[in-house]
Design a protein around this ligand. Structure first.
Ligand code: XBP
Ligand code: MG
Length: 254
């Protein structure tokens, strides 16, 4: 029986990558006087590496080693990432990026129906502050488990962060549903045995989302119907708790 919903953050709760994280990385490069600009296409490629610190290290070792600043890479990456995280917080606290369609509606309904809520994300914990703010007062208290960033040894697509949340909730995978936006996130959730609903973004709609229970453009609103893009049959206009309970019982995409 469905007991909990586990949400990814970036790309799922809010479409934060192109206009949020990417812009913050570029402003951090500029602030450090580095001649680096991650355009939308390059950032889309770099998103294959989860974790901002890991993404920076990959860029300097694989993508553009010619742009790697002199000296030990680790402190350079840590310094750049800390600056980026500060900038990202300022960007989002200005309310720049809204929650995706259906997220607030579903979170509120799930709480009212007694479903437990959790977060399983690769992003840095402080990047959740603007999300709680966008969800309104006492939002954070509604999430029983919040696993973020470096709280697990291996980031997505490793299943660690989802296994961490399941352990914290004290639930089995088949008592939960995961919500993701990307192939890496889907693989992490599936690796933990979770049925997963994927709400694609422009960065992820062409990825290999095999194994998703249902693929949609977003969670839908009564006045803004979702579009099904793959997975099990679903003809509803939006995903509510009743629909999720039925979907969680389907045998599809085990
Ligand atoms: C997406 C990520 C994160 C963000 C950047 O996380 O891979 O690394 O791109 O955030 P998820 P940080 O989809 O799991 O929420 O720079 O804080 O890592
Ligand atoms: Mg994501």
């Amino acid at each position: 029986m469905l007991k909990a919903l586990i949400f990814d953050v970036d790309g799922t709760l809010a479409d934060t990558e192109r206009d949020g994280h990417r812009v913050a990385f570029n402003q951090a490069f500029a602030a450090e006087g580095l001649p680096i600009v991650w355009d939308e296409a390059l950032y889309g490629d770099l998103l294959s590496v989860t974790g901002g610190k890991e993404r920076l290290a990959y860029f300097f070792t694989h993508t553009r080693p010619d742009l790697r600043p002199p000296g030990d890479l680790l402190p350079i990456v840590q310094r750049l990432h800390a600056l980026k995280t500060k900038i990202y917080g300022q960007l989002l606290s200005a309310g720049a990026i809204p929650l995706r369609p259906g997220v607030l509606r579903l979170v509120r309904e799930a709480r009212a129906e007694g479903l437990r809520l959790a977060i399983a994300t690769t992003t840095t914990p402080e990047n959740l502050e603007p999300i709680w703010k966008a969800m309104g007062p006492d939002a954070r208290s509604g999430f029983q488990s919040v696993a973020a960033g470096d709280c697990v040894p291996a980031k997505k697509p490793a299943p660690d962060v989802y296994e961490y949340v399941l352990a914290e909730l004290g639930l089995t995978a088949d008592e939960c549903l995961a919500f993701e936006d990307s192939e890496n996130g889907l693989r992490a959730a599936r690796g933990a045995g979770l049925k997963t609903i994927v709400t694609v973004t422009e960065y992820t709609e062409a990825q290999d989302l095999t194994g998703a229970l249902l693929i949609v453009d977003h969670l839908g609103e009564p006045d803004r119907p979702l579009t099904r893009k793959g997975g099990v049959a679903f003809s509803g206009r939006y995903l509510d708790v009743q629909a999720l309970r039925a979907l969680s019982e389907t045998r599809g995409r085990e």
